[in-house]
Design a protein. Sequence first.
Length: 319
Amino acid sequence: MKNRIADLLGVQYPIVQAPMGWIARSQLASAVSNAGGLGIIETSSGRLDEVREEVKKMKTLTDKPWGINVAQAFVRDPDIVSFVADQGVRFVTTSAGDPNRYCEALKGRGLTVFHVVPSLSAALKAIEAGVDGLVVEGGEGGGFKNSRDVSTMVLLPLVASKTGVPIIAAGGITDGRSMAAAFALGAEAVQMGTRMVSAAESPVHQNWKDAIVAAKETDTVFLNRQGPGPALRALRTERTTRLELEPPPNIMGEMANILDLYFGGDLEAAIPLTGQVAGRIESVKPVAQILRETIDEFEAVMTELGARYGRHSDPLVPA
């Protein structure tokens, strides 16, 4: 598949794995890159010493393109630009902060920079800062969110209509049909988060994967809309249901035992950040199978729509 993002990233498929804290490390990211997509190594855990070791592992696990995310709210290292540039990657996403903070310095080191945005105003600010492209993230996605959330169905075509840079769509993407929808709305690549959390190569505990598979489309909650601190979308559990009704004074304090959840399997230990698309995930699959099925379905859907609604077809007659 050839388009601006596939060319920029040097990948076979314009499918990017989300940079989820603690999860987006070498085991998962290398599987994505080896399968033809783009694996991303996270920094949002704030554990740069551990991330540095994951980068070393990454270089032994794949010879395909991969990238790094700089989560500005969680990374305080003044040398983060040098850290990223010295890893030999050519692609970086920046998020959770002002795009002006690192864009010029990263681009000065020869990196391609995409910034994650939850609104049109944020997109325009990022473009003014000089980014090469955008990750446009709808509010149905899991993780840290803008408190004034906008769905991908609204946000993506809005940003695409007002900008001309390449766009990676995030939020609600799990298969070829949702990828085709994102492309119809103006994207040239998609990012998968919850789908990758539940993948066979994901390092999280099986309990979390099973909970994603069992979840209905209504089984996430949007927390901390009024602040202080970030809003979050998470899987519905006893803990998150309580937090939805009784917001805590410090939402980040609820993440103190996150490793007990991620890797110990105790879903009540912290907040399991999960997107609404969990309601469409029916099984745990290897990354290579996820990407292959996504591309196959994407091509089938695009072909079907072209045949059914193309200029030389009768749109009122089913194909």
